[in-house]
Design a binder for this molecule. Structure first.
Ligand SMILES: *Cc1c(COP(=O)(O)O)cnc(C)c1O
Length: 230
C-alpha cells in the first residue's frame, strides 16, 4: 500500500508541476513517518523514499539506528532546546526554528559536533493561536541575527497551513510565504539562502507546489491515518 501511495503522490506532484511549468526535480517529497513503525518506513524506503520527516526527537533517536544510513531525516516538529544535542548531527535539516534562543542552542551544539546545520525558519503565516512559528514581521529580523552564526545555514522558510476542507483556501498562505522568501532573498544576506520553501501537507500539497513549494511534507497520503493511541 505504501508503495502505491508514494507513486500516486509523486504523480500528483508531477501533475501540479506541469500545470505551472515547473520541473518536478525542484520538489522534494518528505515522507512524514511520525508515529509509524519502522517496517512501514522500510516499505517506503524500498519504494525509493529517502527523505523522512519526524516531529519528535525521541522518535528520530529510536528509528535512526534501525534504518539505512542514506536516509535523510528532517526534523519538522517543535524542537525543545534541551533536546537539540541529540539530533544536531543526525538530521539533514531542521524545519522548525522559531526563536533566537533555539537558534543559539543549535549554534552551540553544532559547534560542539563540528557540523553546520541547515535550517528553515517556521512562519505562522495564518497567525493561528494554536501553532508555533514566527509572525511574518519577525522573520527578517531573526534571519539577520542568525546569519551571523557560523554553524547554522538558513536555507529558507517553512509553514504549516491551517486545516481546511478545500485546499484552495490555503493558496493565499503559500503565496505570502513565497513572497516573503523572495523579499528576503533580494537582500542578499551573507550566509543565508532562500532556496527552500517547505509547505504543503496531504490535504494541500498540490496547491503548495503550484505556489512554489520545494519541499512538501506528506504523511497520511503515504502511510495512511495516524493512530495516536498506539
Ligand atoms: C504531521 C505533519 C505533516 C504531515 O501531515 P499529513 O496531513 O499527514 O500529511 C506535515 N508537516 C508537519 C510539521 C507535521 O507535523
Amino acid at each position: 500500500m505504501v508503495a502505491e501511495n508514494l507513486e500516486q503522490v509523486r504523480k500528483n506532484i508531477e501533475e501540479a508541476c506541469r500545470k505551472v511549468n515547473r520541473d518536478p526535480k525542484e520538489v522534494t517529497l518528505i515522507a512524514v513517518s511520525k508515529t509509524k513503525p519502522v517496517e512501514l518506513l522500510r516499505e517506503a524506503y524500498q519504494a525509493g523514499a529517502r527523505c523522512f520527516g519526524e516531529n519528535k526527537v525521541q522518535e528520530i533517536m529510536d528509528k535512526y539506528p534501525r534504518l539505512p544510513s542514506d536516509i535523510q531525516w528532517h526534523m519538522i516538529g517543535h524542537l525543545q532546546r534541551n533536546k537539540v544535542k541529540y539530533i544536531v548531527d543526525k538530521v539533514k535539516m531542521i524545519h522548525s526554528v522559531d526563536s533566537l534562543r533555539l537558534a543559539e542552542t543549535i549554534e552551540q551544539e553544532a559547534l560542539k559536533h563540528q557540523v553546520r546545520v541547515p535550517v528553515l525558519l517556521e512562519v505562522n503565516v495564518a497567525q493561528e493561536e494554536s501553532k508555533f512559528g514566527l509572525k511574518m514581521e519577525e522573520v527578517l529580523p531573526l534571519v539577520e541575527k542568525v546569519s551571523a552564526f557560523p554553524h547554522i545555514h538558513i536555507q529558507g522558510l517553512m509553514t504549516i497551513a491551517p486545516y481546511v476542507e478545500n485546499p484552495e483556501e490555503n493558496r493565499g498562505i503559500f503565496r505570502q510565504l513565497k513572497k516573503l522568501s523572495v523579499d528576503i532573498a533580494a537582500k542578499n544576506i551573507n550566509n543565508v539562502t532562500m532556496s527552500v520553501l517547505s509547505m504543503g501537507m496531504t490535504g494541500d500539497y498540490e496547491v503548495a507546489v503550484q505556489e512554489g513549494a520545494t519541499m512538501v511534507r506528506v504523511g497520511t497520503g503515504i502511510f495512511g491515518k495516524r493512530d495516536y493511541l498506539r
